[in-house]
Design a protein around this ligand. Sequence first.
Ligand SMILES: Cc1cc2nc3c(=O)[nH]c(=O)nc-3n(C[C@H](O)[C@H](O)[C@H](O)COP(=O)(O)OP(=O)(O)OC[C@H]3O[C@@H](n4cnc5c(N)ncnc54)[C@H](O)[C@@H]3O)c2cc1C
Length: 420
Amino acid sequence: MTMTTTTSQGSVAPADEGAFRRRAQDFLAANAQRKAERGQDSAPRSLEPESAAEIEESKRFQAALMDAGLGFITWPREAGGQGLTGRHLEIFNEEAAAYELPIGIYQIGHGMCAPTILEFGTPEQRATHLPDLLRGSRIWCQLYSEPGAGSDVASLQTRAVRDGDEYVVNGQKVWTSGAHYSDFGILIARTDPEAPKHRGISMFIVDMRTAGIEFRPLRQITGEANFNEVFFTDARIPAANLLGTENDGWRLAVALLMNERVAIGAAGEGPSHGGSAPLIRLARATGQIDDPVVRQGLADVYTRETIMRFIGLRIRAAQKAGRAPGPEGSLAKLAGAVLARRSSDLAIRIAGAAGQAWDSEEAAGSRWSMSVLSAPAHAIAGGTNEIQRGIIGERVLGLPKEPAVDRDLPFKDLRVGTER
Ligand SMILES: Cc1cc2nc3c(=O)[nH]c(=O)nc-3n(C[C@H](O)[C@H](O)[C@H](O)COP(=O)(O)OP(=O)(O)OC[C@H]3O[C@@H](n4cnc5c(N)ncnc54)[C@H](O)[C@@H]3O)c2cc1C
């Protein structure tokens, strides 16, 4: 099969499209489980952090995906990707929609860290980290949020002080997804407290097994424990792990956040329970498929997920054309969070009492209640809905910027976050 029939607009010649689709179908049939086989409509979700066996399954799958030429489909070949079009990616996603792909642990590494290293890393950093990162043999996390710095992450207080060929890091991060199983992380820390808050931050690659890094898992309202507090106590990071230049980390941090919103919003997934298809099955199974209010809700969810898919296509086409992700990432992220809320509300309406209390062996109810309990996370992770609306207001609608009286003052003179 030749992949040379693509055009710069990202369209795919029909013959190539068919061959690529068959390759994806063959790979998925041989390597992934269909959602229906796993009984996805009723599968209870594990409440414990990912087990070693689940992580191994993810690593096996990602390595096979790369070997089959189906990983990082739109990434340039010289960076380890396949150099194909957004249409190829969409074909793969269409086929993959019916399968349970064990790649959730790579959302941060692949969606955020890899593009950041590709864009800002030195040739040595790229050569050291990208191959293992893309292949999935190393898992990455994102160390941004702190107890006093979430939406206003530029108020972060974690310090990194240069000492010869190393930086010494002290401080605390929070909500660090997957820190408990990650090999590396991307950290932002303050390197110049004399500078205004956005201008004294640097970004680092951190080996999570460095002495002086400890983590403590946090349990969520769902009962799961997916994220952590991470403590840095005199942790020493090689200066060679600085990404970009010292004190220029905010620019890189914003670029990573843009990629994060794209990764979350444009993945085409939306709600954690899989969108309208399982809701339609639930409505049929409970005899409510002809109820006009239920039908209206299903049409709303279907319409929103279709719009999200189009936003995702637009973003990927722009990326393929070499444009950095812009505020459309915020549109996609916000659309996904609203869709998650609408569809989980509808799910619980259709499931009725069965979505709130169920026999221990009958897991269908737990699924719908989990989707309701996890919906608020979509509206917070990667920047809250209010923050996305602010970005859209300023950068898409051209509304005046929020006043920021602390923007030009030295950080050391501010009372921020936990100091207030
Ligand atoms: C599932 C999940 C996974 C996460 N994973 C990670 C991770 O891996 N790494 C990481 O670093 N962080 C992670 N986070 C943290 C996440 O980025 C922050 O929770 C988020 O940015 C909000 O910050 P905060 O919790 O401090 O809330 P705050 O910033 O304190 O916000 C509180 C409320 O005030 C509102 N608000 C704040 N500022 C404004 C404003 N300017 N205008 C209007 N309203 C405003 C917010 O919308 C919110 O409703 C994760 C969060 C979740 C839920």
